[in-house]
Design a protein around this ligand. Structure first.
Ligand SMILES: [Zn+2]
Length: 354
């Protein structure tokens, strides 16, 4: 029913006026009906076509498919390798980064993925035995579904397809292409952070990290909170809030500057354990004391081994190409096409046991 909001001034014209309003409202309703019945489905279809077009782009870029366990959806997905790498790139690096840094990250992601892929001799994701990799960033690699990337999708695609099928190898084997956010000026030797000495994971200068918001950070911790955190870490720690400064001694640092060992209240703790207990960005820190507060000044963000993401972006901004970035952060490596590598593997001169 069409009821006027207020009566018109001249009553004789009221019925004509009411009919006019009703006709207008009828036309508006008709238009709304047309939009809902015809135009909306077209828009939805257009969205689907867009998604399908995105998927189609990857059908002819290679035949390698991998099994990805999508932790957000709780399902196993078979994906084209290059399409998966786009998702990892979007999950691991901001699109604002230089294209050459994005290409370097794409290579690291593709190499890491194939190292894990069962078809390439990898062990797969040990959390999801049926998958090569999972999308849990804390376990395998971060991932954003390529179909839902709306911002700068083309830039990610350009980085991935610009390095299509390329991997990083050391002595004809895929490398452990580990990476971190910001080294703090120098990357780390693998054995000083983990246990194994890996020939290509050496400490190198990472000069151009100024753009990283985590290059240097400060964290204040109350002395009593510090004592509680250290006792939780090791119940044998003996600390008193009086003169805390004299009860802490840094014993050793890695080549990249991270604390490997420190003495806290008579116990020797690892820098990474203290970092974890206090939630610091890295174990490269110094401590200053002010009354009941300790200030931790921290350099870098992450474990510091392999490629520094902000360092890669800095190198790219200063004119380096992705292959130069890769060869800087992974010493002595080569970049190869997957099919070339497979040919080497199947040649009689290749000793798989080495
Ligand atoms: Zn996993």
């Amino acid at each position: 029913m069409c009821l006027p909001v207020s009566l018109p001034a001249t009553l004789p014209n009221y019925n004509k006026w009411k009919r006019g309003i009703c006709l207008k409202r009828f036309l508006v309703l008709l238009l709304a009906f047309v939009v809902v019945v015809f135009a909306l489905p077209l828009l939805v279809l257009k969205g689907c076509e867009k998604e399908e077009a995105k998927v189609k782009e990857f059908e002819d870029v290679g035949t390698i498919n991998i099994n990805v366990f999508d932790t957000a959806k709780g399902e196993l997905r078979e994906m084209n390798l290059e399409e998966y790498v786009i998702g990892v790139l979007a999950g691991e690096m901001p699109s604002a980064f230089h294209i050459e840094a994005l290409k370097a990250q794409a290579l690291a992601a593709r190499t890491y993925t194939l190292m894990k892929a069962k078809a390439f001799g990898g062990k797969g994701c040990d959390k999801h035995p049926e998958a090569d990799v999972c999308t849990d960033f804390a376990h395998c690699q971060a991932f954003e579904d390529p179909k839902s990337i709306t911002y700068n999708y083309d830039k990610y695609k350009q980085a991935v397809l610009g390095t299509k099928g390329e991997v990083i190898v050391y002595e004809d084997r895929l490398i452990q292409a580990v990476f971190h956010s910001t080294s703090g000026g120098k990357t780390e030797n693998s054995e000083e952070v983990w246990t194994n000495k890996v020939p290509y994971l050496r400490s190198v200068a990472s000069e151009f990290e100024e753009a990283s918001p985590k290059l240097m950070t400060g964290t204040n911790v109350k002395v009593n909170d510090f004592i509680a955190a250290m006792k939780k870490l090791d119940s044998g720690v003996q600390l008193s809030s009086k003169n805390i400064k004299n009860q802490i001694k840094i014993l050793d640092r890695s080549e990249g500057g991270r604390i490997t060992k420190l003495s806290v209240g008579g116990k020797v703790l690892s820098g990474s354990a203290v970092r974890g207990a206090l939630g610091l960005n890295s174990s490269n820190f110094t401590i200053s004391y002010n009354g009941d507060t300790m200030k931790f000044t921290v350099l870098g963000n992450g474990h510091g081994v392999g490629l520094s993401q902000y360092g890669a972006d800095g190198m790219a901004q200063n004119g380096s190409e992705y292959n130069e970035i890769i060869k800087h952060y992974y010493q002595g490596v080569e970049i190869m096409k997957i099919d070339e590598l497979v040919k080497v593997w199947s040649s009689s001169s290749f000793n798989a046991a080495n």
